[in-house]
Design a protein around this ligand. Sequence first.
Ligand code: HEM
Length: 151
Amino acid sequence: MRVALLIHLLGSIIWIGGMFFAYVALRPAAARLLEPPQRLPLWRDTLGRFFVWVWISIAAIYASGFHMLAAAYGLKSSPPYVLTMFGIATVMTVIFMYIYFWPFKHLVRHVESSSWKEAGAALNSIRRLVAVNLLLGIATVVVAVTGGLLA
Ligand code: HEM
């Protein structure tokens, strides 16, 4: 249970912390200092590397989450806060998959053909969706910790 919780928290920290860094620190700095031909390839590379870790984190979060669920409560009697955690995490996962298979693929393609306007538009959709996922991720941690205390 402790090892599963550790894996669960490491996965959450990597995913949510990575989004926080990208949104709050890298995004404004890159927008201020770099022109599109430098900025957009930087984002393609940065996100390409980060997204590999997001896939790994999602696998780790679900595997450890279901393991803890089965060990602590049994799969059929989970407390409401764990169901809420699972629900929000699933919405986050669907949003991430959409980002990965749609605007991110567009970003890669348009950066390769130096179509900066289109690449910028793809990055803009990624930015908005990452903001949503960041808020959902923070909400999940709040639900997980306060729900655990109240349960
Ligand atoms: C982004 C997604 C997720 C985040 C950020 C997250 C976060 C957390 C945190 C911070 C805890 C520790 C709570 C505490 O000990 O006070 C926790 C525990 C737990 N999580 Fe998640 N979680 C996520 C997704 C999931 C998923 C998909 C499941 C699958 C069912 C799940 C199942 C659990 C269970 C069973 C526990 C242990 C609850 C307990 O000990 O009562 N989590 N999670």
